[in-house]
Design a protein around this ligand. Sequence first.
Ligand code: WTA
Length: 701
Amino acid sequence: MAKTLKTTEQTEVSEAQIAVHWKEEAYYEPSEKFKAQANLRDPRIFEKFGLDKFPDCFKVFADMLTWFEPYHTVLDTSDAPFWKWFVGGKINASYNCVDRHLAKYGSKAAFIFVPEPEAERDVVITYQDLYTRVNDVAAMLRGVGLKAGDRVTFHMPMVPELPITMLACARLGIIHSQVFGGFSGQACGSRIQDSGSRVLITMDAYWRNGTLVDHKANADIAVRTATELGQDVDKVLVWQRYPGKYSAKTPMVAGRDFFVNDLLKDHNGKTVDPVPLPSEGPLFLMYSSGTTGKPKGAQHGIAGYLCYVTATSKWILDIHPEDIYWCMADIGWITGHSYIVYGPLANAATSVLYEGVPTFPDAGRPWRIAERLGVNIFHTAPTAIRMLRKLGPQEPRKYKYHFKSMTTVGEPIEPEAWRWYYDEVGKREAVITDTWWMTETGGFLGTTVPAIHAMKPGSCGPAAPGIHPAIFDETGAEIPKGSGKAGNICIRNPWPGIMQTIWGDRDRYVKTYFAKYNRNPRSKDWRDWPFLCGDGAVQAADGYYRILGRIDDVINVAGHRLGTKEIESACLTVPEVAEAAVVPVQDELKGRVPEVYIAVKPGVPPSQDIIDRVIKANEEVIGKIARPKHVYIVPDMPKTRSGKIMRRVLAAISNRRDVGDVTTLANPDVVEQIRVMVQGKDAAKTQAELPEDIAKFGQVE
Ligand code: WTA
């Protein structure tokens, strides 16, 4: 077995470098029409953002914002690797996204909310409306006793009240922590506890796939879970999907639960001055999965984050105030925070907010919305692209919208899906930016600048201005471009969008993102602290990066990061389960889905009932997105002689591949039993190579 380098948190990857071969794809050039109107078209930008100009090059980003007081230091590295950007400045994110646009764009739509039921009318919220509503809510939040530095957890669906409440918090310096609405009440509760929130803000109900979901039920579970974990919640503020009417069946709890619309009655029409906050004050937390069972709260700061998403929205998404921009992501994920709310609004864009499922009631829905609203910039994930292609390959042709630019984010996109997106959705007119980044990075890392670089299907491109990636092998040696070898992609330099820390866990921040390639833990020089992104990647000779997937036992299901340890712990909540192992399986639509292997306790007969309860446990502890594709009860887990579960072997079986040499295992016979159980007696194996993330999955064992 290959010698391994082990770090406490994130990676246990074999030293062996695996050569990655794939067909080189042809380039696609942006049209002259696109180039002529683009915000960023001068290739000399990359000289201006060379490492020799670091960090002052980022002043241009800060200049895109309006400051109450100027900063004196661009980057303070004295507490490396806890970078402080634009120190000394005073600023407010809510002011930058709302107030400063009123004079010029007050009557222009900030958001257009499209409810899922097609018969319901759009709700247009102008910048003036947004200003009024954000002020009302800020006054209400102040009225319930919240102040700068407090944390508030949201468990909100895709409705305008979500960004309104976020901006109201930002106005006062209250740190918001939005938990994806599709996560379970328990998952929300554990995040409430971690962040120490005493207030939960939710909504009674929302539409999903034609059903009005009772969402208030999750709030009760969330509060109970948080209390059990030691965090009391004093107040649950409940927005109403239909104001004035309660759309959930779950009763309100007297003294704890309040309708926001009732509380607002005392505050309507009030103005709340945006608080001048320090640049490096925290803006929000966003929880994300990693190697351990405990999600980490990525803490993003006000000025650095906001200027980064503002600049990348302008230069990469190419948002102009006149554009109608639609990102189909959920605001509950980082993409929605950065590229539905903060980035677009700071640029005075019109941002479309769609409540529901893209394929509801049919695969023509997104294109009807685009046509009706005149959307010209479109942003989505490969899973949605695959799904829309499968259900309605010809649908986009029926509608007369025209996109100038399109984005893909969240997962690697296979060239075939990319081409459908380009040919059919973009009608060969729109540029595509494949944007690679993560919760921790605030905004785009790997991407083309659409008016400067050609597109290459399947590769995200080089990197955004000011981002300097490097791919390292396990020894810390840099892998040269064009070598065809994969390694761990890192960013050499800090950038304003990078998270500030993991909420309440400085050590974990250093260990997870820096320990692996840090040269000197006492160094105050940023050059000694490359940021480990957590993905495997290869760089082609032309400098374009191809992202191969996570290296930290995270499964990317339809663009959503799920930790295998989180899923395994959920399985272990079923009392009969003795051991659980989760592996990623390739899926035509969702990219990867989890498959679960469990061993039951001695004397317990295997049963469908146990399987059903394991599935239910995942839905309850995490959410429906964690639902395993299959659950197999195995007679024993394949194990090394030292007792470690060989997830790599299980992953090979689940993905219909050869298991390789298992003779050194403690129990080699069980491998064949499991193989027959999963694949059938003489199932033909697929010969194709496994994708990197699966091939390397659990490799250390
Ligand atoms: C994956 C989402 C390939 C990657 C913004 C990363 C991608 C993880 C791409 C972060 C892309 C994101 N191509 N893979 N364009 N974008 N990923 O934190 O594995 O939810 O580490 O942030 O998604 O997921 P997260």
